[in-house]
Design a protein around this ligand. Sequence first.
Ligand code: HEM
Length: 225
Amino acid sequence: KLQGAPARDLFDLMEAARDPETNEAFSDAQLGDQVATMILAGHETTATALFWSLYLLALDPVAQEQLATEARQVPADGEADLDRLKFTRAVVDETMRLYPPAFLIARSALGADEIAGMPIARKDVILIAPWLLHRHEKLWRDPNAFVPERFLAPAPPPDRFAYLPFGAGPRVCIGAHFALVEATLALARIIAAFRVTLLDKDPVMPMGVVTTQPDRSPMFQITPR
Ligand code: HEM
């Protein structure tokens, strides 16, 4: 980027950022770390969530129309207005319930403990499975159905420990807010402009490979609205 030219992207913004207390810029090594985080933790996860959102909306034309109607009320060139994209946000939330991009969260025990009567030794690895929690029959009504309304008022918000797309506790995802804003706006923009259908009708199966990946790339058709 030329000196003084406006920022073109997130990297330019990070390069120009200054610590509000010390006025220091990121070092080159820190900029490298930020880029690596954006690509590894921040890109694949959100892209996966968007894939499954489009897949679920292609299978549910009624929900897709509802999202399109909401999204078209928000001007494409104006300030993004998340308060007016409540259904779109509920679709993102419900997608990450059914297909949590991070399907497993691992922890190593600091010391001996007990979980539900099972003894835990120091350094034992505990796997917490959002995939299972999010589809548990005791925690959700009709757990395998795509029902975005679960995440819309007047429905009560889900129990904090029943819904963990971004984890919980001190190591909760630092990018959760960024990801939710990005996914909601991207989905609204795509569905406002295009009707999305699936040409390839065979069910797409999820595969756990770091993130919850589709087992193949199904053919979609996108038609301008
Ligand atoms: C839909 C998108 C995303 C999902 C589903 C997701 C999921 C998660 C989960 C479950 C954790 C906790 C892992 C654990 O407890 O072991 C986590 C941590 C983390 N995420 Fe995300 N994430 C997303 C987007 C992002 C974005 C956009 C960024 C960066 C801009 C990001 C950066 C991080 C970082 C740095 C951590 C580690 C935090 C720590 O250990 O203190 N994530 N993410």
